[in-house]
Design a protein around this ligand. Structure first.
Ligand code: LLP
Length: 418
């Protein structure tokens, strides 16, 4: 897959010059390739062909309505974690019956909305949550479909902030609690047991942890079935990694083949919840260099995108490749690429070999399609930046740049007498 490439020394997204978009939209902005999104989704879908499956795209990775709508058109379901994501998914045309609802802190109101919408199932993470779902379903006179998110205690060997399937993490129920939970749920008429699920972490570059988790879940599934509880879905979560730098992440097809091998002999529908592996390399962040400066022997490129626009480098020391939009063969020198935010942690790259480029140049921050815009904020009263989607030789702004009025929306002066 390479929807971002140089043509005549200039970076293109499909058939559109990035410089041209920057000229019309201004900087910074997120840029997505529709072809890349489609081909990544299809890679999953085709690898599953012939087996009963559902791809529930993890909305948190990139929740732009245009992205969701594109995936909806390909038959995608959604993995959501809030009422807001539920509404986005529905608005974008994803069918309620293909939505799974994950997350440790679903509120009563969110639970009610999701039951009313008719989602496929809740991935329940605690007994108290189960009680709330039971109560809300009872009030609505409906049966709530549930699955328990089991914490298989598998080390995904990824960054500690994004590993979720270890005993010490807040996610899911332990295997032994899950056994009790299934028995309890089976006795409640307000509930319908639909599945079993897990999610062990994100940006996994090895398949073995997925295999280990699947085997544990499968053992539990078979035990539960022996109690005459029918389970229709086995949801293995998301987490497949992508190449940011020099990692070698397995391809979706390889990952799916591995899962299907583990699922042999089961009659359940396999659900996967990929986010990053669909959207991550389908997007970039385009930023302009405002200034360059040197001190204490260090060179800084000060750009117009900051940690409020792309939090990953500051938050996880994540690596994103950065290339000049106009190709150059000037020598590389170690450079800190930093944003305008008043924090030392505001950087996009540190001590990175970068070519000499003049002030005003455009830079492309790669692999920014997942957990980029969705984690952005208004910190430092910076308006959130636009999102642009390309198809062939055309592009469209799919979220416009915020203005100052967006930034202060809902605020008012304190008018009570002090
Ligand atoms: N399912 C569940 C229940 C999840 O919690 C997640 C991600 C996914 C699916 C999708 O995982 P993916 O396929 O994208 O790895 N902000 C972090 C990543 C946090 C992931 C949270 N959960 C980052 O920028 O690396």
């Amino acid at each position: 897959m390479n929807e971002f490439f140089y043509r005549n020394g200039e970076l293109y997204c499909e058939d559109v010059s990035v410089t041209k978009i920057a000229g019309e939209v201004g900087t910074p902005f997120y840029l997505y390739s529709s072809d890349a999104l489609i081909s990544r989704f299809k890679a999953y879908d085709q690898a599953f062909s012939g087996s009963s499956h559902l791809i529930c795209y993890a909305v948190k990775a990139n929740s732009n309505l245009a992205v969701l709508n594109l995936l909806a058109g390909l038959g995608s379901g959604a993995d959501i974690v809030s009422g807001g994501e539920l509404r986005r998914a529905l608005r974008a045309g994803i069918e309620a019956a293909s939505i799974v609802y994950s997350g440790v802190g679903k509120t009563e109101q969110e639970i009610r909305q999701a039951i009313e919408a008719g989602i496929l199932m809740f991935n329940v993470e605690s007994m108290q949550e189960l009680d709330v779902i039971t109560r809300q379903a009872g009030r609505l006179g409906l049966k709530a479909p549930i699955s328990f998110r089991v914490n298989p205690d598998v080390d995904p060997m990824t960054h500690p902030y994004i590993s979720t399937g270890l005993k010490k993490n807040k996610f899911g129920l332990s295997m032994s609690d899950a056994r009790k939970a299934y028995r309890a749920a089976a006795a409640r008429k307000e509930l319908r047991i639909s599945g079993i699920s897990c999610h062990i972490g994100s940006q996994l570059t090895e398949l073995q942890p997925f295999v280990d988790a699947f085997r544990r879940i499968r053992t539990l599934l078979e035990e539960i079935e022996s109690w005459d509880i029918e389970i229709k879905y086995i949801d293995t979560g998301g987490g497949l990694g992508i190449r940011y730098n020099d990692e070698t992440a397995p391809e979706p097809a390889q990952y799916v083949r591995t899962l299907l091998k583990e699922a042999e002999g089961l009659n359940q529908t396999v659900i996967v919840e990929p986010g990053r592996s669909i959207a991550g390399n389908a997007g970039i962040l385009v930023t302009r260099m405002l200034y360059t400066k040197e001190h204490e022997g260090r060179r800084f490129y000060i750009v117009d995108a900051g940690m409020n626009d792309l939090a990953r480098p500051s938050l996880y020391q994540a690596y994103h490749a950065i290339f000049p939009v106009e190709e150059t063969d000037t020598p590389l020198r170690e450079t800190d690429v930093v944003g305008p935010i008043c924090e030392t942690g505001d950087f996009l790259a540190r001590q990175r070999p970068m070519p000499d480029v003049p002030r005003g140049s455009l830079l492309a921050v790669m692999s920014a399609g997942a957990y980029g815009f969705t984690m952005s904020s208004n910190y430092n009263s910076r308006p959130r930046i636009p999102e642009v989607m390309v198809k062939g030789d055309r592009f469209q702004v799919v979220r416009s740049r915020e203005g100052f009025e967006h930034v202060i929306r809902g605020e008012r002066l304190f008018e009570l007498d002090c």
